[in-house]
Design a protein around this ligand. Structure first.
Ligand code: GUN
Length: 295
């Protein structure tokens, strides 16, 4: 059984990006600049955005964090987005999700300049991804592809079962695994809350990608021998005995499923760190596009 080590792989990627940024600096070029917008005080979101900003510092990018109160109106947020769209110094930015309920998420995402949409959530970029065109691939699915690639996990002709159809992970993942090329060329089944007999489906899977947010959902009896298991779930479970007051766990019963799997991602230290590394990669791509365009 091979652990798909996202912590190590994301560090390798960050080192590769650092080397590129060092060269940019040596050549007197502008370095990539990522901005992150966060609305409200959700603990997990603040942690994620903090990690994204720290990762920028680590590789030598510039970063800007825009913090807005939970009471921010849609109009106010759209005004901030316009500022970032119009600011030539910003190469790419993200709006951390989820947003407070008074704000229409889809409307916000559609107002991000697709050229700066390093999350790849704008319909233009999502469509380009589905059509095999060059684009920003959403960071979590992109991170999973990168892990499969770097560990040389075969995907061609395999049956990939995706659990969960979120716009951020499940839906794009189901498209990407069926695309031509590697990683891809899989036969994909996308399962969700209305799927019947899920065990019957998962137990036929060569690759299972689970993005539900239900701790321990995927049990050993749902998995066939030598399956590849990708766990995207990150749930904070309250635990008084921990200093932080919680522990992090995934969708997979790791102890038992790992005994059957050929490859498996741990939580924490699997897909999570890869998401951040691939956001940096997308920001580097945004900078490169702007440089070529003379911006
Ligand atoms: N919330 C959970 N994952 C993500 C992500 O990849 N990007 C953004 N913007 N928000 C998220």
């Amino acid at each position: 059984m091979t652990i798909l080590d996202g912590k190590k792989t994301s560090n390798d990627i960050k080192n590769e990006i650092t080397a590129i940024v060092d060269e940019m600096k040596a050549n007197g070029e502008k370095v990539p600049h990522l901005a992150a917008v966060i609305v409200g005080n959700d603990g997990a979101s603040l942690t994620y955005v903090g990690s994204k900003v720290r990762a920028c510092e680590r590789v030598g990018f510039e970063s800007t964090m825009v913090r807005l109160p939970n009471t921010t109106s849609e109009t106010e947020l759209l005004r901030e987005i316009k500022k970032l769209n119009d600011n030539p110094d910003i190469d790419g930015f993200i709006v951390q999700l989820p947003l407070p309920e008074q704000i229409d998420t889809q409307k916000v995402l559609m107002n991000i300049d697709p050229d700066k949409d390093v999350d790849g959530f704008h319909p233009t970029n999502f469509g380009r991804m589905a059509l095999d065109m060059s684009t920003f691939i959403p960071a979590t699915p992109f991170g999973i592809l990168e892990l499969l690639d770097r560990y040389d996990v075969a995907t061609k002709g395999k049956h990939t079962v995706v659990i969960g159809r979120s716009h951020i992970v499940g839906r794009p993942m189901s498209i990407l695994m069926g695309r031509r090329g590697f990683p891809g060329n899989s036969t994909v089944t996308l399962t969700h809350s209305h799927t019947k007999n899920i065990t019957q489906i998962t137990s036929q899977a060569d690759i299972i990608i689970t993005a539900l947010g239900v701790p321990g959902f995927l049990k050993a009896e749902m998995v066939k021998d030598d399956a590849v298991i990708i766990d995207v779930g990150i749930t904070r479970v309250p635990d008084e005995t921990k200093e932080r007051g919680y522990y992090i766990t995934g969708d997979v019963d790791f102890e038992n499923v790992s005994k059957k799997a050929s490859h498996i991602t741990p939580v924490p230290g699997g897909v999570g760190p890869m998401t951040i590394a691939m956001l940096l990669k997308n920001t580097l791509l945004a900078r490169e596009r702007h440089r070529v365009a003379g911006k």
